[in-house]
Design a protein around this ligand. Structure first.
Ligand code: SAH
Length: 314
């Protein structure tokens, strides 16, 4: 999954801009400006809650075309210019193609691009990531009764195929579960969350993470959420490696637990609930955008499938 998505020469994200109608998938900020604007209001609230620190790191992980951040900064700047003055914009992005798109849209804010989050400055952090964790690699594991196996990829008569191999690399919480069947675990997501939580616990700040996924692991007995998309259609994940988007649903329960273990405050809910609490209904009326409102918040569209995790120091 990691090689397919972010291999330095051939990775899916490294070689293209996958977003939008002519690409493979569309995301909330590309659907409506309201998404980034409301996150901008949320950011200003959080910044004030943290004592209006100046300077602070404003970080987006996986910023795509920079649309969310541009909408966020525009909305935040209207109500709180001091927020913009205090923000040191950092963008963590694996794709040179998308970095160029971000530079075009966000150049006025003098962003610093980083390859990974371990190089963040020692100062308060406000971080946002939309549809980032779903792009991090997962393992699919199962207890056979005598030991654990992991799904792996092999060559079978010249074609890629799934197989199973034994593994003993199982996190304690997974080893302790009594759920039958396949389980998914994303060590990469866990370490990102561990790092961000420790940073926020030490320096102050907050984080907002939006993705499709589940709030409790118990929901997903025998789960297989690995999914490949090409031109907005599901395809076989092994059919065209490096040329299809690969994602898996995000286990918010473990990400929230990691933040809690770092003594952060945690809130989780659906995207619909989160956006309504921030006033999207009134904003949609003002912009006369009922269709965008429905796409982002209706339970049968993105409203329930997408979840929000908020973590904060105070
Ligand atoms: N947040 C944007 C884009 C989502 S697509 C939006 O909502 O429209 C996923 C984004 O994460 C892309 O920008 C992709 O290049 C980036 N990405 C994927 N894996 C990454 C990694 N390991 N490190 C940094 N960025 C990554």
């Amino acid at each position: 999954m990691e090689l397919c998505l972010t291999h330095p020469q051939h990775g899916y994200y490294v070689t293209r801009d996958p977003l939008g109608a002519s690409g493979d998938f569309t995301t909330a900020p590309e659907i409506s400006q309201m998404f980034g604007e409301l996150i901008g209001l949320w950011m200003v609230q959080q910044w004030q809650k943290q004592g209006s620190p100046a300077p602070f790191t404003l970080l987006e992980i996986g910023p795509g075309r920079g649309t969310l951040m541009a909408d966020l900064l525009r909305a935040a700047g209207k109500i709180m210019p001091a927020f913009i003055a205090a923000a040191r914009l950092h963008l963590c992005e694996a794709s040179p193609v998308l970095r160029a798109a971000q530079a075009a849209k966000l150049g006025a804010y003098h962003p610093a691009w980083i390859d990974d989050i371990s190089s963040l400055p020692a100062q308060p952090l406000l971080v946002v990531a939309n549809e980032f964790f779903d792009a991090l690699p997962i393992a699919q594991v199962r207890f056979t009764g005598t030991g654990w196996v992991q799904r792996a990829v092999t060559l079978d008569a010249g074609a890629l195929a799934f197989t199973e191999i034994p593994t003993d690399d199982i996190p304690d919480d997974i080893a302790a579960t009594n759920i039958d069947g396949w389980l998914e675990v994303s060590p990469a997501s866990r370490s990102v969350m561990q790092f961000l939580s420790a940073h926020i616990a030490q320096h102050g700040g907050a984080g907002l993470f939006v993705d499709y996924g589940y709030l409790t692991l118990q929901n997903v007995k025998n789960c297989d959420t690995l999914q490949a998309l090409q031109h907005h259609q599901p395809v076989n994940p092994l059919a065209d490696p490096g040329h299809a988007d690969l994602t898996a649903h995000v286990d918010f329960s473990i990400l929230g637990w990691i933040a809690q273990a770092a003594k952060l405050k945690v809130w989780m809910g659906t995207q619909g609930d989160f956006l309504r609490a921030l006033g999207i209904t009134a904003r949609a009326e003002k912009l006369n955008q009922p269709a965008e409102l429905a796409r982002l918040t209706a339970p049968d569209q993105m409203g329930d499938l997408f979840k929000v995790l908020i973590v904060s120091a105070a």
